[in-house]
Write a new protein. Structure first.
Length: 219
């Protein structure tokens, strides 16, 4: 058995520190294992984000999930408030109350979204790079409901084979480029400890709390 973090969909989140290592302006990967409920019919919920909610003009990058259980990866243009997004907008959904790995990567000007190691959508942007945002961010948000098992940020884009590897080995991910690594094995006391070596620990906000769940097994 191990711990995961529970979000009630009302006022829970895990606050990310304002860290230079998370101010990524180029290639990036966001990855999380989630078990969503999303029973509240509000707009996009945060899985991982840097800065305030990305569509209000000051965020930098985010993985989000909609009430429809469609997931999205978005980044902000370095020079203005323009965003671009990639997601499973073809009508496919991720299962409710089921463990799902969501991964977003940016390579130069190309966004990619993966679900359980499989490439779902690709989009070429009209620019390259991401706004460098010096603000804090969060794992989950007051609107995200249910469980998050881990959350990772890389300062590089994982390849297709590396994304698949991480899905198959959730407790032994690729390490190169990790700047945030919150896992089932690092939930202690008042913080969710970052195992990347960058001390980007998360602080529980609202009623976000660890709950007991089976530890993730390799596939």
């Amino acid at each position: 058995m191990s711990n995961v973090v529970f979000f009630d969909g009302v006022d829970d989140s895990v606050s990310m520190v304002n860290s230079a290592s998370l101010n990524i302006s180029g290639d990036i990967t966001l990855e999380a294992i989630i078990k969503p409920d999303c029973g509240i019919t509000l707009d996009y919920r945060t899985i991982i984000r840097k800065g305030p909610f990305p569509w209000n003009g000051s965020g930098a990058y985010a993985l989000t999930i909609a009430p429809s259980l469609r997931t999205f990866f978005s980044v902000r243009k370095p020079t203005d408030d323009t965003y671009d997004v990639v997601g499973n907008i073809d009508g496919s959904k991720i299962p409710r109350n089921t463990l799902t790995t969501v991964t977003g990567t940016l390579t130069s000007d190309t966004l990619r979204l993966y679900i359980n190691g499989n490439l779902i959508d690709t989009k070429v942007m009209a620019w390259a790079g991401i706004l460098t945002n010096n603000g804090a961010g969060s794992i989950g948000s007051e609107y995200y409901s249910k469980l998050i098992y881990n959350a990772r940020i890389y300062n590089r884009a994982l390849s297709d084979s590396e994304v698949l590897y991480n899905w198959m080995h959730p407790n032994n991910p690729k390490r190169r480029g990790l700047v945030l690594n919150l896992t089932q094995d690092s939930i202690y006391g008042p913080t969710w400890l970052d195992l990347s070596g960058n001390a980007n620990n998360g602080t529980y906000v609202g009623g976000a709390v660890p709950v007991t769940a089976n530890r993730l097994a390799g596939r």
